[in-house]
Design a protein. Structure first.
Length: 172
């Protein structure tokens, strides 16, 4: 889950929201300003010192602090939603890959061999004169149909395996 870009972005938005809260709190505090001046004009020396203390009675940036806290809460909910979405994507991709792998296993465990044997038997019977040309063509069509189904199942498995890698964040 650390490699999914959408989840990384959601986590970074939570971190950014937290830094915005710290900035809003820092902006709520006022600085003490002080000034020192020295002047030498025509043999007369003068100096002055002043300082300014702002007294924020009604403005301590409470509105901005509250807004950034709501933004942090929102970013947290988005992160949780994204995390749930990532987990769901991985689970769905895993189930699809497992299902397609089982279909490929069914084809290779005997269905292809039985279709080939059926075609070979029909061909032998046709050569011996015990079956018609239509029987041979039907057996050939059935054999080719099972070959096509196997190749489609194999392609679906490869796509599902690729989607699983992508859901895990291993592919971009």
């Amino acid at each position: 889950m650390r490699q999914r870009p959408d989840l990384v972005a959601a986590r970074l938005s939570v971190i950014a929201a937290r830094s915005q809260i710290a900035l809003a709190q820092a902006n709520g505090k006022h600085d003490l300003n002080s000034t020192f001046s020295y002047s030498h004009t025509s043999g007369v020396h003068s100096s002055s010192f002043s300082f300014n203390i702002p007294l924020p009675i009604f403005n301590r940036n409470q509105g901005e602090i509250a807004r950034t806290r709501f933004a942090e809460t929102q970013a947290g909910f988005i992160e949780k939603s994204t995390q749930d979405s990532v987990l769901r994507d991985v689970q769905i991709a895993h189930e699809q890959a497992k299902t397609n792998e089982e279909i490929v296993r069914l084809y290779t465990s005997g269905y292809l061999d039985s279709a080939k044997q059926s075609r070979d038997i029909s061909e032998f019977a046709y050569r011996q004169g015990a079956a018609s040309l239509l029987d041979l063509l039907e057996a050939e069509r059935s054999y080719r149909s099972s070959q096509l189904g196997y190749r489609q199942a194999l392609a679906n498995y490869m796509v599902a395996a690729r989607q699983l890698l992508q859901a895990k964040g291993l592919l971009k």
